[in-house]
Each structure stands twice: as structure tokens, then as C-alpha cells.
Design a protein around this ligand. Sequence first.
Ligand SMILES: Nc1nc2c(ncn2[C@@H]2O[C@H](COP(=O)(O)OP(=O)(O)OP(=O)(O)O)[C@@H](O)[C@H]2O)c(=O)[nH]1
Length: 296
Amino acid sequence: MFKKLREVFSRFIETASSLLSSREKLLESIEELKLSLVANDVAYEVAENIASELTRRVEEGSIKSREDLVKALREILLSYFTGLNSIDLLSLASSRKPLKIVFLGVNGVGKTTTIAKVAVYMRENGFKPLMVAADTFRAGAQEQLKIHSERTGIPVFTGKYGSDPAALVYDAIQYGLNRGFNVFLIDTAGRMHVDVDLVNELKKIVRVAKPDVKILVVDALTGNDALEQARFFNEAVGVDCVVVTKVDAYEEGGVPLSLVYILKKPVLFIGVGQDYKDLKPFNPIEYVERILTGLQ
Ligand SMILES: Nc1nc2c(ncn2[C@@H]2O[C@H](COP(=O)(O)OP(=O)(O)OP(=O)(O)O)[C@@H](O)[C@H]2O)c(=O)[nH]1
């Protein structure tokens, strides 16, 4: 997990701390750091910001030792995560009754699995979730949620292929409210090649569902594509927070950092496997410690 980014920082800290007496060489090593970051899914603007913040500290003379360097990096990285609106699904679910969540994301990123994982998490915490299969466009999407429903025992509301997804969402909410469901987990279509139709469809679903939270699901393994998807969905309907999937198999490491920098929204969970339990709250301090020093 995040192994390559950790190697990049570790190499930089070793090299740079041996060059502290030569301002010029130190600045060169910061330039090299920037390129290595970009090669590991750190978006260019983030890498540039890290480099310019480090350079500023070198210029003002506040980096005199290896410890100063690590401290500076830690502060810079953590600063990207501070001041973001934090989201706690459990307290929201307790106060909203019902809590309505719309899940956004392109096909194949692990969206339906994530919906099932979040549904299990909500049930374990005493809520009564209903999954809503509002991707009526792709053959198989409803089937997939039905399979998760059979495996988890959490009900799913489905409709006809090709039917209006917003109407399906409306019906699902009426159905669910009448039966005491208090968390609605709404799947949406994720085809990005017909942008305009998808954007209109998502806007309509959002108008009808009036969700409390819009969660974007991205696959860490897609690197820069995940960042493009984040920009696309955020412009289309707005994103409140992100779930990054397949982190268990992800070595580059830059996706969570770049997403937060670009969206200014938190990463809520990371997916760390295929089981329903493999959903972990994302902890920015742990992430930064892991990529900087390799601590757990
Ligand atoms: N290793 C790992 N695999 C995951 C994770 N999340 C999802 N997957 C797997 O990724 C594959 C795709 O997941 P789905 O949930 O079917 O993806 P989707 O976005 O709904 O995909 P479509 O149905 O194609 O739209 C499945 O084999 C999942 O088991 C994760 O966090 N880690």
C-alpha cells in the first residue's frame, strides 16, 4: 500500500539531508522530487505546490537538519487535509432519518461493491439500509446489486431496464419510507462516453433524491483517470466526499493526496479488499505517516 510514494520520499529525505550545506544542490533535489511525485500519481499542481513550499522553507533558512526536512514535509502534506468538511455517516444517519446517499462513479471502479460494503457498515451500526439500483442503462448493473443483496441479506429496490432512473429513485424512497428503511444507498449509471446524457440524468436523480451526501467512488489503480473522473463528476453534480477502492493493491500512492487537493473534499473510506468488511475509514494522519516514514 503506497509503497512507491514512500520510496520516493525516503530517497528524497536521504539525498536532501546529505545536501543541506549546498543550497543549489538542495534545490535541484527538490526539483527531482517533483518529477518522481508526478510519476506516482501525484497531480502536477500538487507536486509543484509541495516543491514550492519546500523551496520557500529552504530559502528562509528553516531547514537545517534531516528532522527539519521531515517536519516540513509532514506539515505540507497534512495541510492539504486540514479544514475539509468532515463527514460522519453514522451521526448523519442518526440526525437525518432518512439518510440518502447518491453514489457516483464510472463503471468498473468497484461502485456496487462499495455500496454493499457501506450498506453492511450501516446495518452493523443499527440502521436499516435499502440499496437502490438506479443504473437502468447498463445490462447487469441491477443484477450485480441483486447478487450483493442475496449475499448480504440487505434488500435492493430494482426497476425495468431503460426506465427513468429518477422515477425509480422516487418510487424507491416512497417504498422505503413506508417500510421503515432509514438509509438509502442509490447507485447511478457511470458511462462517461455520453457525457451530456449522463450529466442530465445525474442532475435529475439529485433533484428527485435530494441526497444528504454525494459520494464519488474511484479506483486507485486508474491513477490520473481517477482525478479526471473526480473533476467530471464534481462539475456535473458536485461531490461531497470520495471512496478510493482497491487500495490493497495500490503501490503508487498519490491518488488520495491529489483527490483531496483537487476537490477540497475528504476521502471518507478506502476499499482494501473484496469482502464486505474491507472498507476502512481513511485517516489522513496515518496516510501521511505511512508515505513519509513507513509507520502503520
Ligand atoms: N482488491 C479489491 N477489489 C475490489 C475492491 N472494491 C471492489 N473490488 C472488485 O472490483 C471489481 C469491480 O467491482 P464492482 O463493484 O463490480 O464495480 P462497479 O463499479 O460496480 O462496476 P460495474 O458493475 O462494471 O459498473 C469486483 O471484482 C470487486 O470485487 C477493493 O477495495 N479491493
